[in-house]
Design a protein around this ligand. Structure first.
Ligand code: 5RP
Length: 232
């Protein structure tokens, strides 16, 4: 058996802790990324061993594929426009529980699921917590409008970069058929107003800033041996 690295152990602790917050009968938003995988793994175990009865709404093809592998029954926002809980990862978290998400290009569906959930559990390792958000902000863009959106984002002070595929030539195409512009704005003094400014650009379908959900977010910061639970 391979010994987990410290970061993998942190992700596992966070994911397992989050899975423990899910109760029988809940409809659960299933986020995208490596930390949520651990939550899904534990949910799959609880389904198989304890008869836990839940349904999941996946935020991406990746989440749907992994949920099926773990035996988590799937449903949709059409069937369940309101969710009991969502579990997702993040790329950065600040003390106001503002997030940057979207490394995995799933931010549009992730925000829909976050908005639909009564409670949102964000699972991260300690490298994700920062005093001030400063990572590039991913923006999902309608290809038809991408040149105009690029211009508007540059006018807001970003240096947008069209995200390229890995093992695919040309741009990343999201699960929704759109492009991603990664926008480096430097340190974000006012992430809430930046999110509003980006939302006002026609063709900018969604951005990876999540600043409106702090009250319903609980962040689980996995440590090597334990977890730290943070809420407002
Ligand atoms: C995907 C995301 C992920 O949730 C985020 O990138 C965290 O991923 P990981 O847990 O693998 O670090 O926003 O769009």
């Amino acid at each position: 058996m391979s010994i987990p690295t410290a970061q993998a152990a942190s992700k596992q602790n966070a994911g397992y802790h989050a899975a423990g917050l899910v109760e029988d009968g809940m409809v659960v938003g299933l986020g995208t990324g490596s930390t949520v995988f651990f939550a899904m793994e534990r949910l799959g175990e609880r389904i198989a061993k304890d008869g836990l009865s839940i349904a999941g709404v996946p935020t991406s093809y990746q989440a749907a594929i992994r949920a099926r592998q773990y035996g988590i029954p799937l449903t949709s926002l059409d069937e369940h426009p309101g969710l009991d809980i969502a579990i997702d990862g993040a790329d950065q978290v600040d003390p106001d529980l503002h997030l940057i998400k979207g490394r995995g290009a799933a931010l549009l569906r992730e925000k829909c699921v976050c908005d639909a959930a009564d409670r949102v559990i964000i699972v991260v390792d300690p490298t994700k917590t920062v005093d001030i958000l400063n990572a590039p902000v991913p923006v999902e863009v309608l290809p038809f409008a991408s040149a105009g959106v690029f211009r508007r984002l540059a006018a807001l002070g970003a240096a947008p970069v069209l995200r390229d595929g890995v093992k695919k030539d040309g741009p990343v195409v999201t699960d929704n058929g759109n492009f991603i512009l990664d926008c480096d704005f430097g340190a974000l003094a006012d992430p809430r107003s930046l999110e509003a400014d980006i939302a006002a650009i026609p063709g900018a379908l969604e951005c990876g800033l999540f600043t409106a959900y702090g009250e319903k977010i609980t962040v689980i910061v996995g440590e090597e041996k334990d977890c730290r639970v943070v809420s407002l």
